[in-house]
Every structure is written in structure tokens, then in C-alpha cells.
Write a protein that binds this ligand. Structure first.
Ligand code: ZN
Length: 242
């Protein structure tokens, strides 16, 4: 069984389609939130991920729905969230409204957009944060998104914790004496200086998670953004992976 794990699609349908094409056949899709916001194609992206077995909401999803304060975002992100929210078809709005930002999945996995401690807002990027958050969920692995950085925190049986960024084709083994935070990176707006779309695959037989990057037509997404007058800074950052 292969599970495709994605996060932070951010209304970038060109990047999302490249991920689906590169990932090949999968048995289940998990989507870790921020499916919309920033980008030009919210309805297309929701239509493409609605079949996900596991889906949670992120801070931008909630902002687009008017469920968190738009003043918590910088002016460009705020403008894009308002635009994204206005585009939503009623059935897509309903789908988003029914998501929560964190969820127990099974005896191995928990998912949270930001972190178990603060599922909507925390950027889990340091070992100190990882150690505190390891206390706040009970399963072996917690899949997170939100920081748009593809990374792993691994705590072994001796409570030693390491954190590392991953790149295309890195693979980790889910050793039974260790626990993990796994961030598949962002599909639609990577921020780790690699502009390629990011995703991860869980192989249940091998008990491994592999990390991947795939190039996509960034210029197509940028043109779609210009067509609907999304902020120029959001258009530009895509090609730099920031
Ligand atoms: Zn995001």
C-alpha cells in the first residue's frame, strides 16, 4: 500500500498535477492542509484532492472561509485569501468547512497542519519544538505541513532527537523504536530554496517514507496569477522557492 502525502497546495493546480503525474499509482491520498490561499486555482485544487482519505485544514483555508482573523496575515497573503475565498463553489466551501486542523489517523499516524500543540499556527522547525510536541501525540509518526519545508525530526529510543531537511529521493525507515515528525514540504509554494513541488510517499510494506521533488511549469501558474491580479510578490517568489 502506497500513500501519497501532500501539503500546502495553495491553489497551485499546475504543481499539483505534476505531483500526481510523478507520484504514479497510490492507494490513498493524505492532504495536510492549506489546499487553497496564495494561488490562482482554489476550486480546481479542491476538486483534485476531495477524494483524499485524510484531509485537514490549515490557517489559509480557515482565513479564506473567514474563520480566522485576516489581520493575522501580511497584506499580500490577506488579499490572496480574500480572492480565494470569493471564488469557492458552494460544495467546495462545504468540504473545507468540515475539515479540522489535526486528526488521529491510525495506530501509526497522526496528522496536524502546524503541530500537535498548535495545529493552526505553529511552525515546527526546531529540535526544542519537536521535543515538546512529541509529548503531545501518542502515535509513532505525526505528519505536519505549514512551514513549507521538507523535513524530518526523529527521536530514538534513548530520547535523542535529530532534525534534518530532506531532498528528492531521500528515504527514511520507520524503525519501531523511534518516533517521527515528517513534513512532505509544499506542493504549491516551496520555501526551502528549491522551487520544485514537494511531496512524500509512505510505503506500508517497507515501512518507509520517501521524499520527492518534481519540476513543474512555474510560468503557467505565474500567468494564471497575473490573469486574476494576485500580488506580484506572490507571483515572483514561486520561481525562487521562497
Ligand atoms: Zn501554507
Amino acid at each position: 500500500m502506497r500513500i501519497l502525502i501532500i501539503s500546502d497546495v495553495h491553489s497551485n493546480i499546475v504543481a499539483l498535477e505534476a505531483v500526481f503525474a510523478a507520484a504514479g499509482k497510490y492507494d490513498a491520498l493524505w492532504c495536510l492542509g492549506d489546499t487553497i490561499g496564495y494561488g490562482p486555482a482554489p476550486n480546481e485544487c479542491i476538486a483534485a484532492v476531495k477524494h483524499a482519505e485524510v484531509a485537514i485544514s490549515g490557517n489559509h483555508d480557515l482565513a479564506c472561509l473567514g474563520k480566522v482573523d485576516l489581520d493575522d496575515f501580511n497584506p499580500d497573503a490577506r488579499q490572496a485569501n480574500i480572492w480565494n475565498g470569493k471564488q469557492l463553489l458552494p460544495e467546495h466551501r462545504t468540504w473545507l468547512e468540515n475539515l479540522v486542523p489535526a486528526q488521529y489517523v491510525n495506530e501509526i499516524f497522526t496528522v496536524a497542519h502546524g503541530s500537535p500543540r498548535e495545529p493552526v499556527w505553529e511552525y515546527l522547525l526546531t529540535i526544542e519544538q519537536a521535543l515538546e510536541n512529541f509529548e503531545l501525540f501518542s502515535t509513532q509518526v505525526c505528519c505536519i505541513g505549514h512551514s513549507h519545508a521538507q523535513l524530518v525530526f526523529r527521536k530514538d529510543g534513548h530520547h535523542m532527537c535529530e532534525g534534518f531537511r530532506t531532498t528528492d529521493r531521500d528515504t527514511i525507515s520507520l524503525d519501531t523504536d523511534a518516533r517521527f515528525f515528517v513534513n512532505p514540504g509544499s506542493v504549491g509554494q516551496p520555501r526551502d530554496y528549491d522551487p520544485r513541488a514537494a511531496y512524500a510517499l509512505f510505503d506500508a510494506e517497507a515501512q518507509t517514507i520517501s521524499f520527492h521533488r518534481v519540476a513543474y511549469r512555474i510560468d503557467k501558474t505565474q500567468n494564471q496569477m497575473r490573469d486574476v491580479n494576485l500580488p506580484a510578490s506572490l507571483v515572483r517568489r514561486l520561481e525562487f522557492g521562497i
